[in-house]
Design a protein around this ligand. Structure first.
Ligand code: CO
Length: 134
């Protein structure tokens, strides 16, 4: 069911500093910052030949990643995103298997304008999993 690795996401306390690190020190190709208020994050993508790295900074009062960054003040691996062909079919299959989908289970529009869902880390080897329909 899962397809390609779409991206790995790293939550950071300072997106400008993380951008400078990935662009100037690692020599990566970093996109412009994109605020996603409905997800409580500002995001940039680092384009790699085989995947992307998503750098996330908390945005707003009720950011879903604020606590994570508080607990990981230097930043840390936040989630991994797999591509699926049909996100509703994937969700139904996972729910039937007993996995927990975060939120109300309705796909939201992610950073690429495609539907996304997040799966509970306790059900996936301690890793927050994002599914993106492609
Ligand atoms: Co993501």
């Amino acid at each position: 069911m899962i397809g390609r690795l779409n991206h790995l996401a790293i939550a950071v306390p300072d997106l400008a500093a993380a951008t400078a690190l990935y662009r100037d020190i690692l020599g990566g190709n970093v996109s412009q910052p994109q605020p996603l208020p409905e997800h409580g994050v500002t995001v940039v993508f680092v384009e790699l030949p085989n995947t992307k790295i998503e750098l996330l900074e908390p945005l707003g009062e009720n950011s879903s990643i604020a606590k994570f960054v508080e607990n990981n003040p230097a930043g840390g691996m936040h989630h991994i995103c797999y591509e699926v062909e049909n996100i509703v079919a994937a969700r139904d299959r996972l729910v039937e298997a007993g996995a927990r989908v975060l939120g109300d289970g309705t796909p939201k529009t992610g950073a690429h304008g495609k539907p996304v869902l997040f799966l509970h880390p306790k059900d996936f080897c301690g890793t927050l999993v994002e599914l993106e329909e492609v």
